[in-house]
Write a protein that binds this ligand. Structure first.
Ligand SMILES: [Mg+2]
Length: 220
């Protein structure tokens, strides 16, 4: 699984990323786009200095225009960022396709929901798609999207929408059903103040074991 690091100052971001690496996460996704690009570059530089070996990703949630996004991907390459989610607003398919000439990959999250996987593939708009079962119509439909993407040569990751314990367990099952998946955004339970029940697939060392009993929910 990847850890997600929200917006924060340069030291806050680096400290949160270092804590995630200490907790066993092989990948860290940093939220960007809420500050100036130069501030975000400083944040990613600080993360890379503290965490030289982690797989680093970023998520702009559609914050940039085309020029800023091109500058961002160019700058992020210096910090070995694997991919940036949604550098441009979700309506932009051609804009994302143009960004794919950079060394840093382009991932579509909101854009996948808006356009659908076939349009994303046809437009060459992404290197990676972010498959969220709770917005793509459930575990089975999200799996269809991931399989279709991978057959077309794209990468896929599974993430939650900061779901409760039951939907997180479904997302873990989905991720586990897809061989050789990169780190996924499933470690979101701690973002909830309260939950429906104890975690069905608790996260430890940046991973979770898939429940082996019948159904998602073993008896308490
Ligand atoms: Mg995202």
């Amino acid at each position: 699984m990847n850890a997600t690091v929200g917006d924060g100052s340069e030291p806050e971001t680096a400290t949160a990323a270092a804590r995630a690496v200490d907790d066993g996460y092989p990948a860290v996704k940093v939220k960007v786009g809420a500050r100036s690009l130069s501030a975000d570059l400083d944040r990613l530089s600080a993360v890379r200095a503290r965490c030289p070996n982690v797989e680093l990703r970023a998520d702009a949630n559609g914050a940039w225009d085309r020029e800023t996004a091109a500058d961002a991907l160019s700058g992020f390459a210096d910090h070995d960022v694997a991919f940036v989610e949604q550098p441009l607003p979700s309506a932009e398919l051609a804009g994302h396709a143009a960004l794919r000439e950079a060394h840093v990959g382009v991932a579509l999250d909101e854009g996948l929901l808006e356009h659908g996987i076939d349009a994303v593939i046809d437009a060459d708009a992404a290197d990676v798609v972010v498959c969220k079962p709770m917005v793509l119509g459930g575990v089975d439909l999200a799996r269809d999207v991931a399989v279709r993407a991978r057959e077309a040569g794209l990468g896929a990751v599974v993430t939650t929408t900061v779901d409760g314990a039951l939907a997180r367990a479904g997302a873990v099952h989905l991720a586990a059903s897809l061989p050789s998946l990169p780190a996924c955004g499933l470690a979101t339970g701690e973002r909830l103040a309260t939950d429906l029940r104890d975690a069905v697939a608790p996260v430890a060392d940046g991973a979770a074991a898939v429940p082996q009993g019948k159904g998602n929910v073993p008896p308490r």
